[in-house]
Write a protein that binds this ligand. Structure first.
Ligand code: COA
Length: 165
């Protein structure tokens, strides 16, 4: 029997944005437990290391009941299993997300048939943002305050001020 009361929301979260948070808020109204699972995603060479991304996510969700954050370097299905979760949650912002999400969901089902992937759509306010767009604007000194928490904004400013342009 699938544990439908708990969901895992995986991603690279480099860094967590208000679009991710919008999805987490929605998920927390449906599931008793929501585990935000921050993937190492070495292949994406993230700007923030895993520990930094986990910390930023933890700070961002600290006020949302039933939400916890974990970092993982394993397969997602292993992380989900170790947490006793039955549902993988992903966000669909636009049709362009679908192909990748379809592949991911299919592969995760192949790896663990007991897990179901479910999709939520974020508010249209956030349909056009992504972590890489946010990073790019922050790197070039643009205003990202409508799209991230104050803490994430400060972390981006600090990170880019310590890196060569
Ligand atoms: N609001 C704003 N942005 C969103 C969003 C939302 N609601 N949902 C997704 N995005 C953005 C992300 O910021 C990210 O942007 P970027 O690529 O510009 O940085 C992009 O959409 C999609 O990335 P993300 O949600 O971080 O997922 P991902 O594609 O990096 O993550 C994993 C994929 C981590 C879930 C997948 O690689 C994984 O499961 N890895 C673990 C190892 C594993 O099991 N691999 C086999 C999988 S079959």
């Amino acid at each position: 029997m699938i544990n439908s009361r708990a969901a895992i929301y995986p991603g690279t979260f480099d860094p967590i944005t208000n679009g991710h948070l919008d999805l987490i808020f929605r998920a927390a109204r449906i599931f008793e437990r929501v585990i935000v699972a921050v993937a190492d995603s070495k292949g994406k060479t993230p700007l923030f290391n895993l520990e930094e991304r986990v910390q930023l996510a933890e700070e961002a969700v600290s006020d949302i009941p039933g939400v916890e954050v974990v970092g993982f370097r394993s397969l997602l299905v292993e992380c989900a299993r170790s947490k006793g979760v039955g549902v993988i949650l992903r966000g669909l912002r636009a049709v362009s997300d679908f192909e990748f999400e379809f592949q991911l969901a299919g592969m995760n089902r192949h790896l663990d048939n007991e897990l179901e992937t479910m999709f939520l759509t974020p508010s249209e306010k956030y349909a056009f943002i992504s972590s890489s767009v946010i990073r790019e604007i922050a790197r070039l000194g643009g205003d990202i305050s409508p799209f991230v928490t104050e803490r994430v904004n400060a972390a981006l400013v600090q990170k880019y001020s310590s890196l060569p342009r």
